[in-house]
Design a protein around this ligand. Sequence first.
Ligand SMILES: Nc1ncnc2c1ncn2[C@@H]1O[C@H](COP(=O)(O)OP(=O)(O)O)[C@@H](O)[C@H]1O
Ligand SMILES: [Mg+2]
Length: 310
Amino acid sequence: MVSCAQVPYNVRSPRRIRNPGAIAAITMKTPKRIQPLVEEGLIDDVVRQLMSGKEATVYVVRCGDDIRCAKVYKEATQRSFHQAVAYQEGRRVKNSRQARAMEKGTRYGRKMAEEVWQNAEVDALYRLAAAGVRVPKPYLCFEGVLLMELVQDADGNVAPRLSDVELNRERALEFHAALLRQVVLMLCAGVIHGDLSEYNILVDEHGPVIIDLPQAIDAAGNSVAPAMLERDVTNLANFFGVFVPELLGSQYGKEIWNLYEAGLLTPDTPLTGRVVASDAPADVEAVIREIELARQEKEEQRRQQMELLA
Ligand SMILES: Nc1ncnc2c1ncn2[C@@H]1O[C@H](COP(=O)(O)OP(=O)(O)O)[C@@H](O)[C@H]1O
Ligand SMILES: [Mg+2]
């Protein structure tokens, strides 16, 4: 197998930040949403806007000698330093009063839920970085702005998305295997990405780096977990399947979930991409019930999010 470090990959549309140190000399006017972080001394300058999507605008920023990435969530409301500085590791809801308030939808509850949503990504990043998953190093989440490591390639350019990298069969096999390992590592840490695709994976000189985790879910005790994992893993198979057709029929998602459920999944468990067919007749109704349940649960989540943002 060829390692990423030996053979540089080609990027179809390189995204410039050659030599970030030099570029940092030219800065842009500070966007309003980043101003609080500048005032708190968390960011020195904004170098440039990197991307603007539906949910967030991403900037390249300078913090002292470091160039970092600031992701500004669009729906965030202004909050005070003391409220917002509660960027947390571990549990998303700190106590049962908060959980009850969120269930009841009180004003306090809505504020809490919004904070939980905004902090979900930084929580997941902390958890995954600690588990050894290749994610950008998180620094903090303040006033709806996530400050994290800027993923860069060997030349100091902003790392390209997987969708922008030229692939061949060999490289596709290598990246697919590396990403399945990351998915397994994440699941061993109890997390499922939930929106894994070639657009939420960057490629640095050592291989794929996973980003964009606000919708990440806890695997344990979550009825949609197997369906989410299956979708993430199928997205990978479909993307790399263009170069490696045999991946299209693989069953890595089911295999990984079966091992996880049986308590047999470790970061090093070998995978085959096949699951042994059971002799027992399939309980089709149960499968349909499960799919319907997952759909309803997702719908409910979306409805709650829309309510929060209304
Ligand atoms: N840490 C990072 N380093 C480099 N680029 C990043 C980083 N985080 C995000 N980006 C860039 O910004 C884009 C949008 O970020 P993402 O987290 O996927 O938010 P969105 O919800 O808008 O998709 C990514 O596709 C990627 O190109
Ligand atoms: Mg994204």
